[in-house]
Design a protein around this ligand. Structure first.
Ligand code: GLY
Length: 367
């Protein structure tokens, strides 16, 4: 009897083992079949997609201030053998040269009255450079490029970044605020309230667009926040991107946003596309925004759809909170397809290519 029960037990164990083994073999077969199928599939897709017509060169950038920025980038891009990397750097430098609420040394200061700049740049081969909390240097984008090309690092911040810049020939500028920033800062000091303004970057109040012009100043005239991001594809099908900002106005001293963070404010993968964005950096960092959009594109989503999925991810973290901030992404595929999407209405981006000398698109939005 004992013997019989042990035998039954053994048969049961053996059966179970066979079942597990069969299941394992079955799953493995499915896995191998899928892999085997997916390999040629991948190549078929790839070879098909390689036949797709590529719209190039092309540059797209955030906000209406992107129109003049694109113009500068285009002057580079239209030349034979020019590089997307040079084009985005030139575009970014052009806005850093201007007195702008949200980019460069003319921008609004932190709450201690100091302008601190963030920027990053990335090319088609995953080379990238970044600078954050940089003071008194006019062209943070070029410092970022210098870090990328002539240092063993990706990112330098604060004093060290400034030291690197000066050692590499960048001039130390005065720390005096621009006239408009000084006025704005003095006004802000009266209440010292920190409140980012949605679409503050949009300078022309929405002329020509269907939506209500977004508020870009507080009632007391105070400007608040943000960023120039631009991405380009050159004639040799190389993508590149640049992102530059003075960050949120009246931020806490030492605050760094998404703009200098590779994968948040900017990401470029030449196999897929390039992405940058603008808006409240804290919310972008939370989901590694630009990288998330690139990954959605890798899964086959269009640039606009990929931006939408990333924005939904941000909003769904806290839909109530999302009603009070803006984030917008723009994306460019390796074929020159482009799109954008934002949390709030009012996010615009500028597109320039051969048949489009510079046009603003208003992106769709979650709300
Ligand atoms: N998006 C720029 C910033 O948050 O600083």
């Amino acid at each position: 009897m004992m013997y019989l029960s042990t035998m039954i037990q053994n048969i049961f164990i053996a059966c179970n083992f066979r079942l597990i083994k069969n299941n394992y073999m079955h799953s493995r077969r499915i896995f191998l079949r899928k892999s085997a199928l997916s390999l040629p599939g991948f190549y078929i897709l790839n070879s098909k997609s390689q036949r797709k017509k590529v719209k190039k060169p092309i540059v797209i950038s955030t906000w209406d201030s992107g129109l003049p920025v694109n113009k500068v980038a285009w002057e580079v891009l239209k030349q034979t053998n020019s590089q997307a990397l040079d084009a985005v750097e030139a575009g970014a430098r052009s806005i850093e040269d201007k007195i702008d609420c949200c980019v460069g040394l003319g921008g609004n200061p932190d709450r201690d009255g100091k302008v601190t700049l963030d920027a990053c740049i990335m090319d088609h081969q995953f080379n990238c450079g970044s600078v954050a909390f940089l003071e008194r240097i006019k062209h943070p984008i070029s410092v970022a490029r210098k870090i990328m090309e002539d240092s063993p690092h990706v990112m330098l911040v604060g004093e060290g970044a400034q030291q690197f810049a000066v050692e590499n020939g960048f001039k130390l500028a005065s720390d005096k605020l621009s006239e408009s920033a000084e006025k704005t800062y003095k006004e802000w000091l009266k209440k010292s309230e920190y409140k980012p303004i949605i679409n503050i970057e949009r300078s022309h109040g929405g002329a020509g667009f269907s939506s209500t012009p977004p508020p870009f100043k507080l009632s007391n005239g105070v400007f608040n926040h943000d960023t120039m991001g631009l991405i380009a594809l050159d004639q040799q099908k190389r993508l590149a991107g640049a992102c530059t900002t003075s960050g949120m106005a009246f931020k806490m001293r030492g605050r760094v946003g998404d703009s200098p963070i590779i994968g948040s404010g900017l990401y470029v993968d030449n196999e897929v596309g390039a992405v940058t964005g603008s808006g409240q950096g804290e919310e972008v960092i939370r989901i590694s925004g630009a990288h998330a959009v690139v990954e959605f594109m890798r899964q086959g989503k269009s640039p606009a759809k990929a931006c939408k999925l990333a924005i939904e991810r941000i909003v769904e973290i806290n839909p109530q909170k999302a009603k009070n901030f803006q984030v917008g992404f723009i994306a460019l595929s390796k074929y020159g397809e482009f799109g954008g999407y934002a949390v709030q209405p009012g996010f615009v981006y500028a597109v320039t290519h051969n048949t489009e000398p510079g046009r603003l698109f208003e992106s769709k939005s979650y709300f």
